[in-house]
Design a binder for this molecule. Structure first.
Ligand code: ADP
Ligand code: ZN
Length: 645
């Protein structure tokens, strides 16, 4: 008997092994130990009874079978196979998404790092211009085929010496970085303790009593009825739940989940960002107690491992997680919800480059499940599918309790510069608006979709800029005063901010452009005494800091929260009555066919964060292009007109 096995080696296709005489054929989804070159690795059985490629090729026997049955459920194995095929990746590339991280206390406890080399734009040009030869050229060609980079050890295994690599780096043709090597995900679990949250009592599910549920609005009732009817068919359907921000989509997900669960099937609830999982998970935990698990990469390995095992053991009815949770080992799925389906975070930018929403639809199709795509600003493709009848379309046009949408004011920054000077960051309207909120004890969000303090450093003598030696892009200044550093947003290269120009030694170095750190400082300066905080990727590097920040804001310990698009999504803060958008047009200039779509979505979403409580909401949008259709239609929250356009 021959079997095909996926091994966790990037880019490798399935490998064929023989089951030795006298050994039982392992199940699909079981882990097996197999020889690979001079090594021995652990892989997953993908197929049994395969034919040999040719009689000449010697098929090696597998060494050991680690599981009696499937370790990864067969349907998830099949989904991974589909994903690898559809997105042109190796099946092995999908394996990390299928498995729990290694148990605590395993054999490779410390994270090792590998030196990685990646080709730069200059390197790609150098190949075309044929300016490098020999081993260096060979290295560039290899790297051109590996966009996320190759280990330098792999290059030297191909006869490319270390000095060739360092010469390429010196010319800026390649960049070097250290990657963390994850612990061996295949190591056998040694943890036998039940999972669950610390301090929770697994025997006592805190299920929300029926009397506690609030009455649905008429629109919600109609939406639930239609979606329930689809779910009850037990057949595959996709429904687009197009509901304006604050229309109460979460409540609909809860009702559907309760239904599906009552009929003995399970639920997969996807959210685009780690930042949104705690809130969504706690809503579901309040309703379904301990039958809820979380899966996302922000958990510690131990936590993720425990949650994975609980799901696998069938102790979980609802998995809440980010895109990779689409591969969760949950069986009998009857409902898959993709919340904020339009969100770009569903796309994985490294191999396998899948879109979690689309894999979710495929999973739903195979499981005969209802897939609900929820959004206030659906992606063009999903809306198109709904308009043409391929998907069901369920619409929520109103906010719950008929709370009005925020009133939006557009500030033309050209007028503002004329009146206040060219360095203005917060317009008069926004400054006044924030101050008014502070005196009323309300809260404000201020969005700028660009991190850092200053976005460029340039010399007034030679006009040179401080660039990343690896990526040839401007270094971004982070921090102020002593902690000031210049950092590359692509490769994380960091340097001290020089006081004289490194090119001409001129003393006049100037900082230009601004990011969230600068806005935070501007708000603090404009509003003495205000409690201002910042939420962006830099601010939440430490584990737990995100949840802490969000709950401080929710509890009213922060007055103004400044941040990137992370603050725009999904969060429900009833006391926010003002949302300011600084440089609303940042995204319009990107060389991306979705630039105007993304801008429209971001502005609509962020405006939707204002006025979700009793008080009326207001949004102030600063732009240089007040006439652009993305900005105009977002301010009117007119999705259909934008879709038509
Ligand atoms: P969306 O995801 O559509 O933007 P949410 O699900 O976050 O909206 O709901 C917005 C707010 O309305 C939340 O605070 C939610 O608790 C509340 N809400 C939802 N449904 C109802 C209802 N039927 N009655 C009262 N409040 C509701
Ligand atoms: Zn760089």
């Amino acid at each position: 008997m021959l079997i095909s096995v996926a091994v966790p080696v990037p880019g490798l296709d399935l490998l064929t092994y023989a089951v030795p005489e006298g050994m039982a054929t392992p199940a699909i989804g079981a882990r097996v130990v197999v020889p690979l070159g001079t090594r021995v690795v652990t892989g997953i059985v993908i197929e049994r009874g395969v034919r040999p490629l040719s009689a000449q090729v010697e098929v090696k026997p597998l060494r050991q079978v680690l599981d009696d049955g499937a370790f990864v459920p067969e349907e998830v194995v099949a989904l991974a196979r589909w994903t690898a095929e559809y997105y042109a990746a190796g099946v092995g590339d999908t394996i990390p998404a299928l498995l729990p991280p290694m148990a605590r206390g395993g054999r490779a406890d410390a994270h090792k790092t590998t030196r990685m080399a990646a080709i730069t734009a200059a390197g790609l040009e150098a190949i075309g211009a044929a300016v490098v030869r020999g081993k260096q050229r060979e290295a560039l060609e290899l790297l051109a085929g590996a966009p996320s980079g190759m280990a330098t050890s792999a290059l030297s295994a191909r006869g490319i010496a270390a000095d060739a690599i360092s010469r390429l780096a010196k010319h800026g043709y390649i960049s070097l970085r250290n990657d963390r090597v994850d612990r061996d995900p295949f190591a056998v679990s040694d943890s036998r303790q039940p999972g669950g949250r610390p301090g929770s009592d697994p025997g006592q599910a805190r299920v929300r009593p029926e009397s506690d549920t609030r009455p649905l609005t008429a629109e919600q009732t109609a939406a639930v009825a239609r979606l329930r009817a689809l779910a009850e068919t037990g057949a595959f359907h996709v429904a687009l739940l197009h509901g304006v921000t604050g229309s109460g989509k979460t409540e609909i997900y809860l009702r559907l989940a309760a239904d599906v669960r009552a009929r003995g099937r399970r639920v997969l609830m996807l959210v685009p960002e780690i930042a949104l999982t705690p809130a969504m998970a706690s809503v579901f935990r309040d309703a379904f107690g301990d039958r809820v698990a979380i899966q996302h990469s922000g958990l510690s390995d131990g936590e993720r491992h425990d949650q994975w095992q609980r799901i696998r053991r069938g102790e979980i009815d609802i998995v809440v997680g980010t895109r990779s949770a689409v591969f969760a080992p949950i069986e009998r799925v009857g409902l898959i919800v993709v919340d904020e389906e339009h969100d770009g975070s569903y796309k994985q930018e490294e191999s396998p480059r899948y879109n979690g929403r689309d894999v979710a639809i495929v999973r739903g199709q195979r499981a005969g499940a209802l897939v609900v795509l929820g959004s206030a600003t659906p992606s063009m493709e999903s809306y198109h599918n709904a308009v043409t009848g391929r998907y069901e379309r369920v619409v929520l046009e109103r906010r719950v309790l008929d709370r009005p949408l925020a009133a939006v004011t557009v500030v033309d920054m050209r007028e503002e510069y004329a009146a206040e000077g060219p360095d203005v960051i917060l317009s008069r309207a926004l400054r006044d608006g924030i101050r008014a909120r502070l005196t009323r004890g309300e809260q404000a969000l201020v969005l700028l979709n660009r991190r850092g303090f200053a976005t460029a450093v340039f010399c007034r003598q030679c006009a040179g800029t401080l660039d990343c030696p690896n990526c040839s892009v401007s270094l971004v200044v982070h921090g102020d005063g002593h902690s000031r550093r210049a950092r590359c947003h692509y490769c994380n290269y960091t340097a001290r901010v020089p006081t004289v120009c490194p090119l001409c030694a001129g003393p006049y170095l100037e900082q230009a452009g601004f990011g969230t750190e600068r806005v935070e400082a501007e708000v603090a300066a404009a509003c003495p005494g205000a409690r201002v905080a910042r939420l962006d990727r830099d601010a939440i590097r430490r584990r737990g800091s995100l949840t802490a920040l969000l709950s401080k804001f929710r509890d009213g310990e922060i007055d103004v929260l400044v941040g990137t698009q992370m603050i725009a999504k999904g969060h429900d803060f009833p006391r926010v009555t003002l949302v300011g958008v600084v440089s609303a047009d940042i995204g319009l200039g990107l060389a991306d066919f979705r630039a105007s779509e993304r801008t429209f979505q971001l502005l609509t979403q962020v405006a939707g964060r204002a006025g979700r409580g009793e008080q009326l909401g207001e949004a102030i949008v600063q732009t240089l292009y007040p006439g652009h259709y993305s900005i105009q239609l977002a301010c009117r929250q007119d999705y259909p007109a934008f879709y038509e356009r």
